[in-house]
Ligand binder design. Structure first.
Ligand code: AMP
Ligand code: MG
Length: 328
C-alpha cells in the first residue's frame, strides 16, 4: 500500500510518501515571514502556491504518479484555521477526483507516532513534544495518549522565536538563541513558572524582553533563558516519568534539536535509569511522512473518513483520540 501524507498546519507544507513501512520521500517547503510571526493569510498563499509543484516533485522523487497512491492522509488539526482549511480542501479534492480513501490525522499524534516508528514501535515512552506551536508531556495510558502537562499560554518555540525577534535575531529564533547561549557566562534571574504539571511562559518572555531593553548582555540572557525554560520542561517530564514508571523518554518537535535541552533530559534519564531517545532532525520538525505514517496506522484500524467528517479541527486535542494500535 502506498500512502501520501500532507502536512500543512502552520508554516510548513510537506509531502511524505510511504510504501508499506518505507519512507520513499519526505519533502517540505517552509513559509518564512519577512517581518513578525506567521501571518495566516500569507501562509495560505504559500501553501496554495507550492502545493502543485511540491507534490509533483514528491511523486517524481518516488518515481510514482497519483494513480499509484492508495491512501491520502492530511493534517486535520490542531493548527491555524486558514492553513488547515487550504490543505483540507486540496486533500478532499484529490481524494474525490481520484477516488482515494482519506484519513484525517492529528498533528501532535503524528509527531509521536513517527518518533515511535523510528525508535521501535514496541517502545512506550514518556514523550516531550516541543515545537513552535506546542509544548506538552504525554504518554500512553488506558487507550489514549494522556496529556500529563502542557503550556498554559505560549509554546516554547514561540517564546524563543518571539524573544529572538525582540532582540533583532532572524526567524527561526531557537537555533540562534542556542548559539549565543554557548557564550553566556552569568546567570540572569528569570521567572520560573511551573504550576502543578503545567507551565507558563508568557510572563517569562516579557521579563526576558525587559531585561534586554534594560541593557542585559545578550549571550547571558540567551543562556539564562535556555536554562530556565528547559529546566521547567525537564521538571514536568521527570515527574510524569516517576508517576507512570515508563522505561524511556522520547524528545520530539522542532525544539528537540537543541543540545542543551537534550543534555538536561539525558541527565534525568540517567538518574532514573531509563532510555533517552531524540527523534532525528528530518522527522522531528513538521513533515509529511509523519502524517502518512499515522494515517496508515489509523487506516489499518478502520479510521477512514467520509466527506462530512473531513472538517478541520483547529483545537483538536491529542487526548480525544482513541489509539487502538497500542495494546497494553
Ligand atoms: P516545528 O514547529 O516543530 O516545526 O519547530 C519549529 C520551532 O523549533 C521553532 O520555534 C524554532 O525556533 C525551534 N527550533 C529549531 N531548532 C532549534 C534549536 N536548535 N533550539 C531551540 N529551538 C529550535
Ligand atoms: Mg509541529
Amino acid at each position: 500500500m502506498i500512502t501520501l501524507g500532507i502536512e500543512g498546519t502552520a508554516h510548513t507544507l510537506s509531502f511524505g510518501i510511504i510504501q508499506d513501512e518505507k519512507i520513499l520521500v519526505n519533502i517540505s517547503d517552509q513559509y518564512i515571514p519577512e517581518t513578525g510571526g506567521i501571518h495566516p493569510r500569507e501562509a495560505v498563499e504559500h501553501h496554495t502556491k507550492c502545493f502543485k509543484p511540491l507534490l509533483i516533485e514528491a511523486l517524481k522523487k518516488a518515481n510514482l504518479s497519483m494513480k499509484n497512491i492508495d491512501l491520502i492522509a492530511f493534517s486535520q488539526g490542531p493548527g491555524l484555521g486558514p492553513c488547515l482549511r487550504s490543505v483540507a480542501v486540496a486533500a478532499r479534492s484529490l481524494s474525490q477526483l481520484l477516488s482515494k480513501d482519506l484519513v484525517g490525522v492529528n498533528h501532535c499524534l503524528a509527531h509521536i507516532e513517527i518518533g515511535r516508528k523510528e525508535i521501535g514501535n514496541h517502545i512506550d515512552p514518556i514523550v516531550l513534544y516541543v515545537s513552535g506551536g506546542n509544548s506538552m508531556v504525554t504518554g500512553f495510558e488506558e487507550g489514549r495518549y494522556r496529556i500529563f502537562g502542557e503550556t498554559l499560554d505560549i509554546p516554547i518555540g514561540n517564546l524563543l522565536d518571539t524573544f529572538a525577534r525582540h532582540v533583532g535575531l532572524q526567524h527561526p529564533g531557537g537555533p540562534k538563541v542556542e548559539k549565543l547561549a554557548k557564550n553566556g557566562k552569568n546567570f540572569i534571574k528569570l521567572p520560573y513558572v511551573v504550576k502543578g504539571m503545567d507551565l507558563s511562559y508568557s510572563g517569562l518572555l516579557t521579563a526576558a524582553n525587559n531585561k534586554f531593553t534594560e541593557g542585559a548582555n545578550l549571550n547571558d540572557l540567551c543562556y539564562s533563558l535556555q536554562e530556565v525554560t528547559f529546566s521547567m520542561l525537564t521538571e514536568i517530564t521527570e515527574r510524569a516519568l516517576a508517576h507512570t514508571e515508563k522505561d524511556s523518554i522520547l524528545l520530539t518537535g522542532g525544539v528537540a534539536a537543541n543540545k542543551r535541552l537534550q543534555e538536561m533530559l539525558k541527565s534525568i534519564s540517567e538518574e532514573h535509569n531509563v532510555n533517552f531517545y531524540v527523534v532525528s532532525p528530518k522527522l522531528a520538525g513538521d513533515n509529511g511522512a509523519m502524517i502518512a505514517w499515522t494515517g496508515i496506522l489509523q487506516y489499518q484500524h478502520g479510521m477512514k473518513l467520509n466527506l462530512a467528517e473531513t472538517k478541520i479541527k483547529a483545537k483538536w486535542r491529542l487526548d480525544e483520540i482513541e489509539i487502538p494500535w497500542i495494546t497494553k
